[in-house]
Design a protein around this ligand. Sequence first.
Ligand code: ZN
Length: 112
Amino acid sequence: MVKKCDTGRNPDNKALIEAERVTRLLPSQQKNHPTTVPADVSKLDHINTYGSLPEYYIDQVFTCRQCGQHEIWKAEDQNWYYEDAKGHIDAIAVKCHACRKQKSAKGVAEQV
Ligand SMILES: [Zn+2]
């Protein structure tokens, strides 16, 4: 069974503005933000990259590719996606919860 990751759905403007603000902070400030989730590098050994692995995850605002809705890919969901679902490090959320649900049979692959 795939764990449900339903946070970040239908964010209000305040949440969107705050998430946008955090993405523009300095790394040292991001690390100390309450919504930041530290990465466990030992769980990222499936990732083959010449770049550096993330030290932490922060909430990411994105626009749904399908319906244009703004949504937040929560740090805790990224943590789950990369470390437990073993997602590719270059994969990012492109569809909102509602659009992903339409094809939920495909599971987490729809997040990519
Ligand atoms: Zn959508």
